[in-house]
Design a protein around this ligand. Structure first.
Ligand SMILES: Nc1ncnc2c1ncn2[C@@H]1O[C@H](COP(=O)(O)OP(=O)(O)OP(=O)(O)O)[C@@H](O)[C@H]1O
Length: 239
């Protein structure tokens, strides 16, 4: 059986010592696959990705659980440790410097021209817009830049939070298509949390549905009665 690249068991995330925002979350990410976490506002998607990567200190949040990378339990997981093990996070609300050009931001992360060239090959739109300040990019282009800045660090696992936030359906489909290509062409292993149900299901290998901090469904797309699960937990109107 193929070994998961990243496994999570019994993840619990709480804020300010309150009731858990995430309870007993688990996942196995197989190499080169794309898993999506779906759930309505406040379901616990962002907290799950923060809990895995340890980006909780600024949120007065705590996480416990077991995270393994390539079969090895990660001792004292946290942002730096996970990053060194090749786990990258594209955080919700794009983290780009609005006054810097696309090209300058990419060069902040790497001085290797071939790496920047590779990014431009993958995102031709960023090449076209390379001399433009990030503040003038469209929402979709900003998300491409935010993703590119993480990709330059050459992760093998990419966690992506709400790529579709505030974007038009056509742009969301394009961005989801990029995630699919990153898995297929680059062999990246991806866990993406999103509310864009249709676009996510179109590209996913595995699907997880969260409600009130708990998983209510999880498995390969073709093994789930996805319509029933989504009707029950997202409501037909949100699909
Ligand atoms: N920094 C924080 N401090 C306190 N509570 C928080 C914090 N961030 C999230 N929460 C709470 O944790 C729960 C899960 O929120 P979370 O943002 O993880 O959900 P989500 O599924 O990502 O929602 P959305 O799609 O709206 O981003 C919610 O009840 C939320 O109010």
């Amino acid at each position: 059986m193929t070994q998961p690249l990243l496994s999570v068991r019994d993840l619990v995330v709480s804020y300010d010592g309150g009731l858990p925002a995430v309870s007993n979350y688990r996942v196995d990410l197989l190499p080169g696959t794309l898993t999506v976490i779906l759930g309505r506002n406040g379901a616990g998607k962002t907290s799950t990705l923060r809990g895995i990567t340890g980006f909780l200190a600024h949120e007065a949040g705590t996480a416990r659980g077991t995270i393994s990378v390539r079969g090895e339990v990660v001792r004292r997981p946290g942002p730096l440790r996970l990053s060194k093990l090749g786990v990258g996070l594209v955080a919700e609300r794009d983290k780009v410097f609005v006054n810097m050009t696309v090209q300058d931001q990419l060069r902040l992360v790497t001085s290797r021209r071939p790496d920047v060239e590779e990014i431009f090959e993958f995102f031709p739109r960023l090449r076209e817009r390379r001399a433009v300040r990030a503040g003038l990019l469209s929402g979709g282009e900003r998300q491409m830049l935010a993703t590119a800045l993480v990709l330059l660090r050459k992760p093998s696992v990419l966690l992506v939070d709400e790529l579709s936030l505030g974007l038009a359906p056509g742009v969301v489909r394009e961005l989801m298509g990029h995630l699919r290509r990153l898995a297929d062409e680059r062999g990246l292993t991806i866990l993406a949390a999103d509310q864009a149900v249709h676009a996510s299901l179109h590209v996913a290998d595995e699907v997880q549905v969260m409600d009130s901090g708990s998983l209510v469904a999880s498995g390969p797309l073709d093994s789930l009665d996805i319509d029933a699960v989504l009707d029950a937990y997202l409501g037909r109107h949100e699909r």
